[in-house]
Design a protein around this ligand. Structure first.
Ligand SMILES: [Zn+2]
Length: 103
């Protein structure tokens, strides 16, 4: 499953690049005087939400990568069953089987 490792590594790099862009946007916003402009504030909120989402995704991708490197990448962290390879292919960052993902 070294292919999945590459996918996860790439995902981490990608998310880190995205987070760097969001941080740059947030710094620019702080410098602005015209923050009361509705469009600008709304945009900031969107970026803030995306930033939060990317942070969580990155944490999950790193977590999955760590489990993969520990030799547990294909095992559900909750019930210990093998995760369906099709699920891993579709969601490389998942660490739970289909059954446990919903609970
Ligand atoms: Zn499970």
């Amino acid at each position: 499953m070294s292919e999945r490792r590459e996918i996860l590594q790439h995902l981490c790099d990608d998310l880190e690049a995205r987070l760097a862009r969001y941080r740059a946007h947030q710094r620019r916003s702080l410098d602005k005087d015209s923050r009361e402009q509705a469009g600008e504030v709304q945009n900031d909120e969107v970026v803030e939400a995306l930033d939060q989402e990317a942070r969580e995704e990155l944490a999950q991708a790193r977590h999955a990568l760590a489990r993969l490197e520990a030799g547990e990448g294909e095992v559900c962290e909750r019930c210990g069953e093998t995760i369906d390879p099709r699920r891993l292919a579709a969601l490389p960052y998942t660490t739970r089987c289909l059954h446990c993902a919903d609970t």
